[in-house]
Design a protein around this ligand. Sequence first.
Ligand code: UGA
Length: 432
Amino acid sequence: MGYVGLCTAATFASRGIKTIGIDIDEDRIGQIQRGKAPLHEPVVKRKLLKATTDTSEAVSTDASFLTVGTPSQPDGSIDLSYIKNATESLGQALQNKQRYHLLVVKSTVIPGTTSKTVRPVLEQSSGKTIGPGLGLCANPEFLKEGTAISDALHPDKIVIGSNDKKSANQLTRLYRRFYGTKLPPVILTSPETAELVKYASNAFLATKVSYINTIANIAQYIPGVDVNQIAGAIGHDPRIGPLFLKAGPGYGGSCFHKDLQALIHYGRDHGYDPVLLAATEETNEQQADKVVGLTEKLVGPLESKRIAVLGLAFKKDTDDIREAASIRVIDRLRKKGAKIVAYDPMAVSSFENVFGNTIELAENRYTALKEADCAIVMTEWDEFKKLKARDYIANMREPNVIDARRIYRPEEFEQLNLVAIGLGSLNQERAS
Ligand code: UGA
């Protein structure tokens, strides 16, 4: 019942499909049972989504979706322990089931996991073999945090990887029932292809972000050049497309870094070094140095400077700070002796766990700016977009602003010392 599981369960349940959400985390299950999970209240009220810590309840259903996390090990490779544990307890529960049961692997797993890890664990723990009585598919998800429900309701494709026709047919039938005439293209593949599609998708998106950040960093040296105009222009070419070309402080979130590292590691394990993917990651890491460099250019040495960081979440409309660019930037600013005061509309408490009391956390966007020598916009929250030049001038010691998310129109902020990622302005041609 993590992000993917909860959203998948909620969308199935909302269409009248009897759904059981299973997790070992009692607090989380208790919350869902009480209808506390914000996404699920109407569904829970109609008793369509039942939540439990008892895996054996899955036996009463036709299909189980495995949506546990696949975190990184210290060396970057994938940790499959949750996959193995969840599969094993499901397998044990299925031992005495007479009817057909389908296991669908939705978690992001490295190619070969469904066939070489999930299958033997499932077969051994259930005492059954994949075939007429037991099915197994890889079926990756492409949900984005913040729009997961809408993404689940309107996917651009469904990818189903299986080695037997019955499993693929059963899952296709479930999706056909769910989407009706709006069924998106269903792509039937081997389990390994389906697994790699997920990585290929995230690696491409991450590379697109690092690519536009590279162009932004070059644009920065050329007065009168704006990376947003460049992105807009190249985006008209259907071979390139307009999305995921927003320059910024680097990508964050629980997936891109983890999945790229897992894929790089997998390639290297097989004797191939995927240098493009390593460069995507390195470019992303460097983008934090870029933000700090621009800050130094604007305010001089950072020792004892008070820097207001506006936004901690890895993107707007979430309290998630996993792998957020704000963490990389704050780390670097602190190493250079800056005093940090940070504010985020939703993510402040998650941030406390990371930085403890080594940074100051402000109550609101205005108190964050008080007496600051520089403000850095790290997340594109709507409430930061509403700040006017006068708000910065009235509160800060010096109105120095780094727009790392390109949320402001520079012409409206001429009274400020505004530096924006990917905007080559006349007094910033030497920005580095
Ligand atoms: C990402 C993918 O977009 C989903 O398709 C995928 O299912 C999911 O990972 C996953 O594997 O579970 P998510 O992590 O929610 O979704 O976030 P995105 O919206 O993709 O944003 C990732 C990061 O890239 C954010 O920090 C965002 O600010 C940054 N970004 C995105 C940019 O800097 N520029 C852009 O143009 C787009």
